[in-house]
Write a protein that binds this ligand. Structure first.
Ligand code: CAA
Length: 294
């Protein structure tokens, strides 16, 4: 099945990126937010991203206008009724996901594929909110969506093979490399990444090295684009804490247990770059300074 019309629920950091790349790939995209103010913020961030590409000379002004012309914002879920594929990128709360998927299941025709961008919730559980578990799967994108090349395509035990193939074709169409995986919390990337990030915090707690030295070790010693503590700030300490707890709950393995320091930083609201403070202080965003820990 050719996917031409795409719906995106949520126009935050991930949803706006997904909407942008789908429109850039030639799809008609309708993106839905809960109110006009949040929707406008999301669309403005897409405009800013597209303008940056025009300024760099990698996108013509004409192509930018065409991409923008394929992007439609709405606050009404009903406007997603004609979509071939709908991707949810809303808050990681099962109750909120249930509300959206139950409503969309009633609104959308039988052929519409439902996909969640969740990084930690069960795709299988979300599929049970609908009458189409065979047309439900996960499409997990990475931040920043326009830059990161990977999409995890997550099938459940009920996902139709053809639906998985359509999702893989869609991933190629939006210029990404798909990897196939099954519905186990964390999928492939977070199963490997989360214990690594948590271990970096444990190393800091145990005095193995300073914030900068731990980051530089992985950047310069292993060629990672960001050190683990910088990446934690980038992803959001609250987000990693939330994912780690869900993974620990699922597997009951120590490597997924959030270290005490992470919990205390989240309690303080030191959630990373978006909060202005995490393992680094972002008072001057161009020159983050490592925080001192008592
Ligand atoms: N949106 C769009 N483009 C962006 C961007 C954004 N938010 N941030 C950076 N870019 C673009 C820049 O414009 C630049 O493009 P050109 O090469 O065409 O000029 C390119 O990305 C590189 O950016 P910079 O030179 O400014 O900075 P950098 O070289 O340090 O790269 C980075 C920035 C791409 C974020 C890089 O540091 C990186 O890859 N970091 C790791 C990110 C990562 O691991 N993400 C996954 C997080 S885990 C996750 O998302 C899943 C989960 O479930 C938690």
């Amino acid at each position: 099945m050719a996917i031409e019309k795409v719906g995106v629920v949520g126009c935050g950091l991930m949803g706006s990126g997904i909407a942008q790349i789908a429109a850039a790939a030639g799809c008609q995209v309708t993106v839905r937010e809960v109110n006009a103010v949040v929707l406008e913020q999301g669309l403005q961030s897409i405009d800013k991203n597209l303008q940056r590409l025009v300024d760099k000379g990698t996108l013509s002004a004409g192509d930018r206008d065409q991409i923008r012309g394929r992007l439609h914002g709405t606050t009404n879920l009903e406007d997603l009724k004609d979509c071939d594929l709908i991707i949810d990128a809303i808050i990681e709360q099962l109750a909120a996901k249930r509300e959206v998927w139950t409503a969309l299941d009633k609104i959308c025709p039988k052929h519409t594929i439902f996909a969640s961008n969740t990084s930690s919730l069960s795709i299988t559980e979300m599929a049970t909110f609908t009458q189409r578990p065979d047309r439900f799967l996960g499409l997990h994108f990475f931040n920043p969506v326009p830059v990161m090349k990977l999409i995890e395509v997550i099938r459940t035990i009920a996902t139709d093979k053809k639906v998985e193939e359509d999702a893989v074709a869609f991933a190629h169409r939006v210029g990404k490399t798909p990897v196939r995986t099954t519905d186990r919390t964390g999928f492939i990337v977070n199963r490997l990444l989360v214990p690594f990030l948590l271990d970096a915090i444990r190393a800091l707690e145990e005095g193995v090295g300073s914030i900068e030295d731990i980051d530089n070790s992985m950047k310069l010693g292993c060629g990672h684009p960001m050190g683990p503590l910088t990446l934690l700030d980038f992803v959001g300490n609250d987000t990693t804490y939330y994912i780690a707890n869900i993974m620990f709950d699922e597997f009951k393995e120590k490597r997924f247990a959030p270290p005490p320091l992470l919990k205390r930083m989240v309690l303080m609201g030191w959630n990373g770059r978006k909060a202005g403070k995490g393992f680094y202080d972002y008072s001057d965003p161009a020159k983050p300074k490592p925080i001192s820990l008592a």
